[in-house]
Design a binder for this molecule. Structure first.
Ligand code: ITT
Length: 215
């Protein structure tokens, strides 16, 4: 029987680390875009997480001929009208930072934008849309959210992206302080993947026999 393989359609090493751990129990060979250096950049021009995740998963499935799992995610901050949202990865890009900003550039800009926002109005949520595409164009998707508030100072060194400034009030720590195991129990990514696995388990007959069996 051919090896069952799934491509994680991402170039973000933080996502690869978390997804690989979340999918560890599956009998699936996991690849990521690091294994396909020749693939072109896939433009993320959608206005929603769902549209971007679907576009990434479908493009990578078509280009590799393998089932592909994409994650489009970001941070929605109420006081900023939902920004940075789908712009999260490029939030700090401007004339002085024309190249891809680093995670630190992005959260520093966020703290600056939030400087005048009082306690009690700093609610935010991480959002993750997961899309799983087959090379023939079939697509499955699911969403997960994780609520929190924007801290005033960064804390912690785990995770990636905005984790150091994303405070979890019930736990009294930032997402960068909880460690991979706990993050993978409460994060937006973990919830989206759990929802996808439930969907796939409920509709097993529709994909069984494919080259990846993510349920
Ligand atoms: P790929 O498109 O290659 O997957 P990317 O980093 O460009 O990588 P997105 O367009 O989905 O991915 O942007 C996601 C951004 O949202 C990411 O760069 C972080 O800034 C932020 N983000 C998403 N999930 C996060 C998490 O779990 N913790 C902290 N920040 C997160």
């Amino acid at each position: 029987m051919a090896p069952r393989t799934l491509v994680m359609a991402t170039r973000n090493p933080g996502k690869v680390r978390e997804l690989a751990e979340l999918l560890r129990d599956l009998e699936v060979r996991l690849l990521s875009l690091a294994d396909f250096p020749e693939l072109p950049e896939i433009p993320e021009e959608g206005e929603t997480f769902a549209a971007n995740a679907a576009a990434k998963a479908l493009a990578v499935a078509r280009l590799t001929g393998l089932p592909a799992l994409a994650d489009d995610s970001g941070l929605e901050v109420d006081a900023l009208g939902g920004w940075p949202g789908v712009h999260s990865a490029r939030y700090a890009r401007d004339r002085t930072h024309p190249a891809a900003p680093t995670d630190d550039d992005n959260w520093r800009k966020l703290l600056e934008e939030m400087r005048e926002v009082p306690e009690g109005r700093r609610q935010a949520r991480f959002v993750c849309e997961i899309a799983l595409a087959w090379p023939d164009g079939r697509l499955w998707r699911a969403r997960g959210e994780c609520p929190g508030v924007i801290a005033r100072q960064p804390r912690g060194s785990g995770g990636f992206g905005y984790d150091p400034v994303f405070f979890l009030p019930e736990m009294g720590v930032t997402m960068a302080e909880v460690g991979l195991e706990l993050k993978n129990r409460l994060s937006h990514r973990a919830k989206a993947l759990a929802a996808l696995r439930e969907l796939l388990a409920a509709r097993r007959g529709e994909w069984e026999g494919e080259s990846a069996a993510p349920a």
